[in-house]
Design a protein around this ligand. Structure first.
Ligand code: KG4
Ligand code: ZN
Length: 344
């Protein structure tokens, strides 16, 4: 069966066609980054308006690139939560229109759970369960004990900023632009990652939660200093090596994600590990986790880079997976800004 996926939860308008939940026939991602760059982050109202204009061209482009005739599509899958409410509505409305036009069902998909499918896109076989799975993105830092396609138990999550959000905010302080992750990674490549020993926010020794806002504040004061009232300055301190700050910050985040995954594996006894989300594009993170996996005998699945950041291939794949496990039953889209999971 061919699934058409639609993703509009944040600032990417994406459409994809995926065969049998695995084979990506086309994946179009229309980024709105340039529209949001002047504001240093995503503006929800602009995002929603952009989706409305970008969605039809993205649909046309994806169908043309896939070589699939629209009549071959058997299911439409669309992100319905979590995300920016107005942005989600634009995608869900478009998905309903496509479903109506093609006379096929429309399935609502949880964006975070779709990030968990990305490590298995293009794999020859289905994932083996259970898994320890980590989603690290601009909006989410979620660590799960995944028992099956449909049972993700939350082991830990961020108490404040998501990992990608920390990359974005630190890049803004350093004047590196938006999105921050790729900019920090580039700057860090020529920096010394041991130059500044930022405190690692591991929280208490058992915790599988994350906290990146203290690290972000530490970077802020390190870069801008403090005025007589204890407020951060407005200019980077003279002589500050931006590359060293970027590398030291990135190393701190990598250390934390690596340590928390090790704790999760020790806690659950599950040594199959899957990682997805925009931050999983990060080269030093990928290298570190590959090293840990080799040393500890984990089976590690990292999402292919092109499917780490937001895309509709993972939405289509997740929709097809749900369709299969629910025996052909459809969960219609129910737009929700937030999503929650059972905690263990
Ligand atoms: O998954 P995603 O596209 O959107 C959300 O669901 O949030 O993730 C976007 C996030 C941004 O915060 C971006 O700065 C970060 O992923 N990111 C990276 C890299 N590429 C994207 N973070 C670190 N290193 C990268 N190379
Ligand atoms: Zn995402």
């Amino acid at each position: 069966m061919i699934t058409l996926g639609v993703e509009t939860s944040c600032d990417e308008t994406a459409v994809a066609l995926v065969r049998d939940g695995r084979e990506v026939l086309a994946s179009v991602v229309a980024s709105q980054i340039e529209r949001h760059q002047p504001f240093g982050g995503v503006v929800p109202e602009i995002a929603a308006r952009e989706h409305v204009t970008a969605i039809v061209p993205a649909l046309e482009e994806a169908l043309a690139a896939s070589g699939v005739d629209a009549s071959e599509v058997g299911l439409v899958a669309v992100t319905d939560r979590p995300g920016l409410q107005a942005a989600l509505l634009a995608g869900v409305a478009a998905a309903h229109a496509v479903g109506l036009a093609l006379d096929v069902p429309v399935m609502g998909v949880n964006h975070v759970e779709a990030h968990l499918v990305a490590p298995f896109l293009a794999e020859a076989r289905d994932p083996e369960w259970p898994l320890v799975s980590l989603v690290v993105s601009g909006g989410h830092t979620h660590l799960f004990h995944s028992e099956s396609d449909t049972s993700h138990l939350l082991l830990g999550a961020t108490l404040d900023d998501a990992a990608g959000e920390a990359f974005d905010k630190v890049a803004k302080v350093l004047g590196l632009g938006y999105p921050g992750g790729p900019a920090i990674e580039r700057a860090a490549a020529t920096g010394d990652d041991a130059a500044i020993p930022f405190k690692r926010p591991y929280l208490n020794p058992q915790s599988l939660d994350f906290s990146f806002s203290g690290l972000k504040t530490a970077v802020l004061y390190r870069c801008l200093g403090q005025d007589a009232n204890g407020r951060p300055g407005t200019e980077l301190l003279p002589g500050l090596e931006v590359e060293d700050v970027a590398a030291s910050f990135q190393r701190t985040v990598v250390d934390v994600l690596d340590r928390k995954l090790q704790r999760a594996v020790d806690r659950t006894g599950v040594s199959r590990v899957a990682v997805g989300g925009g931050v999983a594009c990060n080269g030093p993170l990928r290298e570190r986790l590959a090293g840990t996996a080799a040393a500890r005998g984990w089976e590690l699945k990292l999402a292919p880079r092109e499917f780490c950041t937001d895309n509709a291939a993972m939405i289509a794949a997740r929709g097809a997976q749900l369709w299969r496990v629910q025996g052909g039953e459809v969960s219609p889209p129910a737009v929700q800004a937030r999503a929650s999971w059972k905690r263990v």
